[in-house]
Design a protein around this ligand. Structure first.
Ligand code: IPM
Ligand code: MG
Length: 372
């Protein structure tokens, strides 16, 4: 019996999580385990009603669950950033979900925009650091004449541009990226361990040629960690270059490890080369605590309640969830059921089919239950 928390969230979130729950329940039937679901009412509706994002109570309750199944948040009635930072990022930080695991895999029967590339060419995993870098929320924005703000930033700016910011610059903003040795070590170690279970190749992606303090530390830690894994072939790529190689030679990649912000950017690119956002799953993992699984796409508010959203990304995230709780056979069965639904053409409109969210989801659930 597993206790799993479900947060449908906003927009299409509740529908796709419903579809996913049915598939995981079907996996439980076939592989002899039960899931006790608890739904949490977290998202835009609650925020609009009483200004609550995540309460102390939510957090202390959620920590009793090994996994959280998360739909999506984001709503046009709420200013951008409030729900994202107040809910999604808050959960990642609160539970120290330092690994953001994002498989990029072209499933058979899915069309990639990359000419001539086949499923065997697009099969890698991005391990995105999920708690540091430019996401730490240290920054400020102020008018030049004000005395507040970060003296260092102001002085640097003065030296660089020969300006007296107190009198000349109208407004200045800065945001700080933070990498810690331990933060880099733990996520890179996760990536090396993953590479050992795969094709034993690990690419570190950064921008150490320009942001040489933060990513210089990231690189040093990577080189040190690599010494413990002599069987893993390693390389460094700059983030701008890696966007070219993802498109031109995705077959070069096995595991990619990268700081938070570059990870955010390159996984949207990854989602496209694997056939679209409707297919891209993610896990936010703390190997020792509560972890959270979600599609990497957003809440698509205009499709809310219309039964058109592709549930595959969420169902695939459910497969990552099962893997995380140790139900490896069930996790594999869910992924093969997704593949079968694609083969059989029981897919949503974005993939050229005419099934709704519910039908596509329940077809996958049936395939899991019947073993094909
Ligand atoms: C993602 C999203 C989030 C991020 C947003 C919604 C805060 O883009 O999960 O990739 O930047 O991490
Ligand atoms: Mg993103």
């Amino acid at each position: 019996m597993y206790k799993i928390a479900a947060i449908g969230g906003d927009g299409i979130g509740p529908e796709i999580v419903d579809a996913g729950k049915k598939v995981l329940d079907a996996a439980g039937e076939r592989f002899n385990f039960d899931i006790a679901w608890t739904d949490f009412d977290i998202g835009a509706e609650r925020y609009l009603k009483n200004k609550e994002l995540l309460t102390e109570e939510d957090l202390s309750e959620l920590k009793n669950y090994k996994a959280v199944y998360f739909g999506a948040i984001g709503d046009p009635r709420v200013q951008p950033g409030i729900l994202e930072k107040g809910i999604l990022l808050a959960l990642r930080f609160h539970f120290d979900l330092y690994v953001n695991l994002r498989p990029i895999r072209l499933l058979p029967g899915i069309e990639t925009p990359l000419a001539g590339k086949k499923p065997e060419d697009i099969d890698f995993v991005v391990v995105r650091e999920n708690t540091e870098d430019f996401y730490v929320g240290i920054g400020s924005r102020f008018k030049g004449r004000q005395k507040t703000g970060l003296t260092v930033a102001r002085e640097m700016y003065n030296v660089r541009f020969g300006l007296d910011i107190e009198s000349d610059a109208e407004e200045i903003a800065y945001q700080i990226g933070v990498i810690t040795r331990e933060g880099a070590r733990r996520v890179q170690t996760y990536a090396f361990d993953l590479a050992m279970r795969r094709r034993k190749k690990l690419t570190s992606v950064d921008k150490a040629n320009v942001l040489s303090d933060v990513y210089g530390l990231w690189r040093d830690v990577f080189s040190e960690t690599a010494k413990k894994y002599p069987q893993v072939t390693t390389e460094f790529n700059f983030v701008d270059a890696v966007t070219m190689w993802f498109v031109k030679n995705p077959e070069w990649f096995d595991v990619v490890v990268t700081p938070n912000m570059f990870g955010d950017i390159i996984t949207d690119l990854g989602a496209m080369i694997q056939g679209g956002l409707g297919l891209a799953p993610g896990g936010n993992i703390n190997p020792a605590g509560t972890s959270m699984f979600e599609p990497i796409h957003g809440s698509a508010p205009k499709y809310r309640g219309m039964d058109v959203a592709n549930p595959i990304a969420t169902i695939w995230a459910g497969s990552l969830l099962l893997d995380h709780i140790g139900e490896h056979a069930a996790a594999a069965a869910v992924l093969s059921a997704i593949e079968k639904s694609i083969r059989d053409g029981v897919v949503t409109k974005d993939l050229g089919g005419n099934a709704g969210t519910k039908k596509a989801g329940s077809y996958i659930a049936d395939c899991v239950r019947k073993n094909g």
